[in-house]
Design a binder for this molecule. Structure first.
Ligand code: ADP
Length: 200
């Protein structure tokens, strides 16, 4: 990452990352979201699509030329090596698109939203601080069921592919407790925003 002060924002699914990111954006930080970048790379005319089609065949693209996510999910589930091949294409592209977006950002500092920051290792060295949004697992499950209408087992399967809460917390420089009401976020975000400004 460039010399720019950059906070890596992470947390388990449903912890409240998007909500917290929007609160930092309200205070003048620029948000760069690696999930959104991955999505656009694999969308219609996305920069990763030629390589994905070369690697996995035309049938991995839908009629618009976007990656067929359901098909890819199924392939990756059946063939663990396919996951490695997909990541070999995507990860370097995500990294350079993220660096470009961070360099172009006009906010007072950059919040890099990285759902799998702790899981994917190399991001940790690329950010100035790691900020974890934390809440109890039962609350994560309830929020994701309410947000996405998934079954409890589906949510738990996604969570099982993420690091356990204590491992994520151990990687944190800063923690936002989002186990309570939304209003409880405001003073925590304000305090951290003030703290981050001191680095600028
Ligand atoms: P993530 O980006 O980590 O998956 P979101 O920010 O999308 O999580 O939050 C998950 C869902 O829970 C959203 O629908 C959000 O509005 C809701 N939510 C987040 N924090 C709270 C909270 N403290 N109280 C109630 N609902 C919340």
């Amino acid at each position: 990452m460039p010399a720019r002060f950059t906070v890596g924002l992470t947390g388990g699914i449903g912890s409240g990352k998007s909500l917290v990111a929007s609160m930092f954006a309200d205070r003048g930080a620029s948000i760069v979201d690696t999930d959104q970048i991955a999505h656009s790379l694999t969308g219609a005319r996305g920069a990763a699509m030629p390589d994905i089609i070369a690697e996995f065949g035309e049938q991995m693209a839908d009629s618009h030329g976007a990656m067929d996510r359901a098909k890819m999910r199924e392939l990756v589930f059946r063939e663990p090596d396919a996951k490695r091949r997909l990541e070999a294409i995507l990860h370097p592209m995500i990294r350079s698109a993220t660096e470009a977006a961070a360099a172009d950002a006009t906010g007072s500092y950059v919040i890099l939203a990285i759902p799998l920051l702790v899981e994917s290792g190399s991001w940790k060295q690329r950010v100035s601080r790691v900020l974890v949004v934390d809440c109890p697992e039962e609350i994560q499950v309830a929020r994701v069921i309410a947000r996405n209408g998934l079954a409890e087992e589906q949510v738990r399967a996604i969570m099982a592919a993420q690091v356990p809460r204590q491992v994520r917390l151990a990687a944190a420089d800063d923690v936002i407790d989002n186990g309570g009401r939304i209003e409880a976020l405001t003073p925590q975000v304000d305090r951290l925003h003030d703290f981050y400004q001191q680095y600028l």
